[in-house]
Design a protein around this ligand. Structure first.
Ligand SMILES: [Zn+2]
Length: 472
């Protein structure tokens, strides 16, 4: 019928020969169905376990689902068809995996319907599909896929755990009969269609259950949602305009926030502009500039490491055993992998020995450490960054610091006057004496259980010639 609709015939026009022949064959086959017998009771009496098994399949013409009840009893295992449904593929051309997914969702709905109709709990509910792509789509998070897939996967996951979906070979998939089409004559005696693949009639069919996929196959990834990425070229000249690292970080963070805002503007997410810049954003801003500086200075090394090649033997950072971290930043490999130190300390970020960013960072740390000297500034820098010939660089920056220069100058002191003759000419002790008075001081009570206090003064006599003193 769909094909006839496709050629857009009028209601009173005669069918083309090919369609006429198909219709005639179909009508001729119909009497064969008279011999078809369908069991009314699909389960076994006194069954021990009852399971629901569903199969889905799709072809370019149609997609279909078939649901079977598998019961075990002392008499053995029996499987019978309980419900099936098929739909013609839409006129609009869609890929076969997507049609298979339509078959899977048809199956999921049919399984739920059958369970509700039978009003009983089944020991197991297993869905089978012969498409590994569909199985992988169902096993992954829906938001990973494009809208068409994501909507259907979500619906399937609402009713079934992904682990309930298994792969079956297309040759023994009973739903294949419904999706491809079959003549009535063959249908009547088709064992696969009426009684499922033979492995399900075994006591234990667990060997046929497929292991959940550990990685999504390449074909499934083709339908992954394409996340728009906005590339913004970072201009190193922008950095040169700043003489303070804090200002550079803050302005960059604001600029990055604004870029985010432009992306999300269509979602009316205006609240993000009201929130103050946090430490994380400042850190990200700094790393952005570190990355820029590294790519300016060590572009050849980074390119080699990106394609997992060795750094050139001529590179002056070869001895540092550099590597790229998860964010693409160049870090020092070093020999401290086994040390119990923070990651930044073990593998500091590599900073070029010449460059405005390195100057800003060293200057900032020097000021943060209250204009510390060479050793402390260098040590603090190396907690996070590694500068080749860092000692020279930090020394140079400290020399340029105006405040340090000012405070490093010697202070001018006044010359002291001549000592008096009494202190220089020998004489008997206390011949020439200096006296000093102090007080009054409050003394505690002299007697026990008395609250009377006394006032006292002190006198100190110092001999001018010898270093002797008398205290009263
Ligand atoms: Zn200083």
């Amino acid at each position: 019928m769909q094909s006839i609709w496709g050629i857009q015939l009028g209601w009173d026009e005669i069918l083309p020969d090919s369609f006429m022949q198909q219709s005639t064959t179909y009508l001729q086959q119909l009497p064969s169905l008279e011999g078809l017998e369908i069991r009314r009771y699909v389960m076994q009496h006194n069954y021990i376990t009852a399971e629901l098994h569903g199969f889905s399949d799709a072809s370019e013409q149609a997609y279909a689902a078939a649901v079977y009840v598998r019961t075990t009893s002392v008499e053995g295992v029996k499987c019978n068809l309980i419900a099936a449904k098929s739909k013609v593929a839409p006129l609009e051309k869609i890929s076969l995996p997507r049609l298979e997914l339509c078959g899977a969702i048809l199956l999921a709905k049919l399984m739920v319907k059958v369970e509700r109709a039978l009003k009983r709990k089944f020991d197991a509910k297993i869905c089978w599909t012969d498409s590994t792509i569909v199985r992988d789509w169902i096993h992954a998070a829906p938001q990973r896929w494009q809208t068409f897939i994501a909507i259907r996967v979500t619906k399937i996951q609402n009713h079934f755990d992904p682990n309930q979906w298994h792969h079956i070979s297309g040759k023994i998939n009973p739903a294949d009969v419904a999706s491809r089409g079959i003549t009535a004559e063959i249908l009547v005696r088709d064992k696969l269609w009426w009684h499922v693949p033979s492995f399900l009639l075994l006591e234990d069919y667990s060997a046929e259950l497929s292991v959940p996929p550990t990685a999504v196959i390449i074909e499934a990834v083709h339908e992954a949602r394409k996340i728009p990425v906005h590339h913004v070229k970072v201009n190193a000249a922008f950095m040169e305009r700043y003489s303070s690292l804090k200002k550079l970080e803050k302005h960059t963070a604001v600029w990055k926030r604004f870029m985010e805002y432009l992306k999300l503007k269509r979602y009316n997410n205006l609240n993000m502009l009201k929130v103050t810049i946090d430490t994380e954003e400042l850190q990200q801003a700094l790393l952005l500039w570190v990355n820029t500086a590294q790519r300016l200075e060590y572009s050849a090394e980074i390119k080699a490491l990106e394609v997992q090649e060795h750094v050139s033997a001529k590179s002056n950072i070869l001895a540092l055993n550099p590597f790229l971290d998860a964010k693409g930043l160049l870090r020092v490999g070093g020999r401290l992998c086994n040390a119990q130190l923070p990651f930044d300390r073990k593998h500091p970020l590599l900073l070029p020995a010449k460059g405005h960013l390195t100057t800003l960072i060293v200057r900032h740390i020097h000021q943060q450490q209250f204009h510390a000297g060479l050793q402390l500034t260098l040590y603090t820098v190396q907690q996070r960054f590694w500068i080749p010939r860092g000692k020279e660089f930090v020394q140079g920056e400290i020399r340029k610091c105006t405040r340090c220069f000012r405070f490093s100058q010697n202070q001018q002191n006044q010359l002291m006057g001549d000592l008096p003759a009494a202190r220089l000419v020998p004489s008997i002790p206390f011949n020439k004496t200096g006296v000093d008075y102090g007080g009054p001081f409050t003394l505690g009570p002299m007697k026990i259980r008395s609250n009377k206090t006394y006032k006292a003064t002190k006198k100190i006599y110092c001999s001018s010639w010898e270093a002797k003193s008398h205290f009263q």
